[in-house]
Design a protein around this ligand. Structure first.
Ligand code: DAH
Length: 339
């Protein structure tokens, strides 16, 4: 019997199988109830008493060997089946679609890069603000309509905690802590209590510019604006300044550019005027400088503010503001090649 066991041991050690069915057949042959090992166990009853110990040990060794061998074969064939059948080696390496930059980010970054060439650094401030930074420091009278509930979102009915309605608040934050010269650009999101439509939204984006130094002139402002307009909309672009009013600038102006659709000849887009409005600007009111602790007898400067959505509309003809915040991938994918 010992010979039979040893022969089986050699046979099992040499087993091989190329697939899972073959392994299962081997398991049945050696380890099932009617398999070779069970058979030996049954025969064990007839073994002479003095041989029982040696043969018992040998049968147990055989059983362990068979179990381990068959488990090893099972694992190997499972792995082989996986690699052989489930992996398609002809598949494209990276089927994941790349994302695109949001059009507003593209436009904002372009504005920043143009002003950076003129030495403007980026500054940021909080979106949840107080009355001082958004209104009072910027020369808004106590009864100015922009403070009204209809325009401004207040938080928790507290009139001193509000969502900023413009990025001009960052001017104050920087001037309070930075001695001039100051040359900053403040991009950010702003909020106004407006009904959402194609032309208005309760939040949008602005970029504010501020330059404070000694002897800054309106001509410096005008040249900066002309440079910006030509870099953004092309070297043929013309600008014009119309007198306007903002509490924080004196004098104030609004800037138009020659319509970049018809080149200034007049079309439906520019309402046949040849011009489209793009930003507000002016010389910083001395009251604002003083409110921020800057001596208005020594220093002066200019400020400008523009809507990023407005610039994006002019560049990409997006006529419905809501598209910018709905994140419809069909819209966003249109900007894949705009980078
Ligand atoms: N803060 C103004 C707004 O929200 C935009 C603006 C106009 C900013 C003129 C300026 C400026 O700095 O000089 O409508």
């Amino acid at each position: 019997m010992l010979e039979k066991i040893n022969a089986l041991k050699a046979e099992i050690a040499a087993l091989s199988a190329s697939n899972q069915e073959a392994v299962e057949a081997l398991r049945l042959k050696y380890l099932s109830k009617k398999g070779a090992v069970s058979q030996l166990m049954a025969d064990f009853r007839n073994v002479a008493a003095d041989q029982k110990k040696a043969i018992g040990i040998a049968i147990n060794e055989l059983k362990t060997l068979a179990t381990e061998k068959i488990n090893a074969l099972k694992e190997a064939t499972e792995m082989a089946d996986d690699t052989a059948d489930d992996i398609d080696l002809t598949r494209t390496a990276s089927p994941v679609r790349l994302g695109t930059r949001h059009p507003l980010s593209l436009v904002r970054d372009e504005i920043i890069s143009i002003f950076r060439r003129l030495g403007f650094a980026v500054a940021q401030g909080p979106e949840i603000e107080d009355d001082w930074h958004v209104f009072s420091s910027l020369n808004f009278a106590d009864d100015h309509p922009a403070r009204d509930m209809q325009d401004t979102f207040f938080i928790q009915r507290n009139p001193d905690v509000l969502l900023r309605t413009h990025t001009s608040s960052v001017q104050t934050r920087v001037m309070e802590h930075t001695p001039p010269p100051i040359r900053i650009l403040c991009p950010g999101r702003v909020y106004r209590n407006e009904a959402i439509s194609a032309r208005a939204h309760c939040f949008f984006h602005q970029v504010e510019g501020l330059y404070i130094d000694k002897g800054v002139s309106f001509a410096d402002l005008k040249q900066t604006l002309l440079y910006f307009a030509r870099e953004m909309f092309g070297p043929e672009t013309k600008i014009r300044l119309r007198p306007s009013y903002f509490p924080f600038t004196e004098p104030s102006a609004e800037m138009d550019i020659s319509c970049n659709l018809c080149g200034g000849k007049g079309c439906g887009f520019c309402k046949h005027t040849g011009w489209v409005e793009i930003l507000g600007c002016g010389m910083v009111d001395p009251n604002v400088l003083e409110a921020c602790g800057i001596d208005s007898k020594q220093y002066n400067g200019f400020a400008l503010g523009m809507g990023v959505e407005r610039i994006a509309n002019l560049k990409y003809r997006v006529n419905d503001l809501r598209l910018f915040s709905e994140n419809d991938v069909r819209f966003l994918r249109e900007f894949t090649h705009a980078h």
